[in-house]
Design a protein around this ligand. Sequence first.
Ligand SMILES: Nc1ncnc2c1ncn2[C@@H]1O[C@H](COP(=O)(O)OP(=O)(O)O)[C@@H](O)[C@H]1O
Ligand SMILES: [Mg+2]
Length: 434
Amino acid sequence: MTASVAGNFAKTKVKSLFQSDEDAAAAKEAANRESGNRIAKTLGELKGAVMKVGQMASIAQDVLPKELSDALGKLQREAPPMDFEVIREQIERELGAAPEVLFAEFDPEPFAAASIGQVHRARTDDGRDVVVKVQYPGVEDAVDSDLLQLKIALRASGIVDIGREALNASFKEVRARLHEELDYTNEASNVRLFRGHHLGRHDFMVLPEVIGERSAKRVLTLSYEPGDSITKIEALGYTQAQRDELGRNLFKMMASQIFEFGIIHADPNPGNFAVRPDGKIVLYDFGCVKWLEPEIIQAYKDVVEFGLVEDYPGVDDALMRLGARRPNTRAPDFSFYKRWRDTFADPFVDVAIFDYGRSTVHDEVVKLIPASVKHVSSFQPATELIFLDRTVVGHYGNMRILESRVPTYTFLRRYLDGFDGSFSARPDLKPGEA
Ligand SMILES: Nc1ncnc2c1ncn2[C@@H]1O[C@H](COP(=O)(O)OP(=O)(O)O)[C@@H](O)[C@H]1O
Ligand SMILES: [Mg+2]
């Protein structure tokens, strides 16, 4: 959707370059600015869970017009903390007793803010350091109406150049994840699920433990697992060697989830994990988890493999299986695929070690957009890729913040070769059973 909006704006810009009638071009630009403002206003009014939709779009801030990117920037800011009385009541309602009764110590000052709740430090009767995530009351009520409002605004503005069905499918997927996110018992199962995958397999991973008897639908108590935010490692004086180690581990974490586990932690914002000087990665926030389809990952792998050897009919077929190519439309000429292929593949394949701190891939992508606009009608947003792309793009950004140097292609090769059409470490469960 973000791409579509960006593409549409780019299209207007390109058009106005060639338009002899400058007044018409100016009018069109003004209309677009107006639409941008309207969407921005709608996004600004969204609260709680749906705010995350705006945050998701903000990963593409570089390519969006200023009105929109400004509005998205505002969504990053955290909500002001709630009165402790509200938190206490929510805990009583959910766990049947006041925090003072349930915990040996409970800090009334929030330790961290979240978009739909806040986190408090506490200590259990048996002396364990824990965090208690408490969801704000009433968050659930606004989700569907907020989402609908956003959908109507997007459609009315005309700046989203995708069909009604594709837009509906995208919203359905986002809505499903948001509803899961509101249920902390679901998040608790996810924590256990991911512990089962990473612990014993990846000695660099740290995941909190669920304190089940102090958790419910809107309260989640977890062991306290400290770490440093990647936005602070500069000030904390992390060395290049430490940054490299963290980047390698972050890459392995993500690739293992995609190609071996088939279930991904799909909320890669820098607040949702922390790092330690010894290379450990602490993963938080298992509210947004996406179960991948093996056929989708096979097609995803095929795009990469065919792209690497420049087999563009193969790329086109794999994109079709991903749901990204609109059926019954003409394939773009292969020089179009080649430009994107070179942008994505060259930096990783040509060097033994890729330096994320110096990556220009995101700038190159922005440059490709204007020329790609004429092919937009051959593509559609692929529902099954929304959360996968969000994760990959998000971690690319994290690696840039880390300024890590990672043997990306060697690593990727290992995971691609290891995937044979099914997930080797997929648990014998279905979503919701975890
Ligand atoms: N087990 C934990 N130990 C230490 N800090 C945590 C833990 N779990 C969460 N946090 C902190 O609390 C913040 C909010 O928790 P999170 O689960 O991300 O909430 P939300 O799902 O609302 O984003 C995190 O960004 C992290 O800083
Ligand atoms: Mg979070």
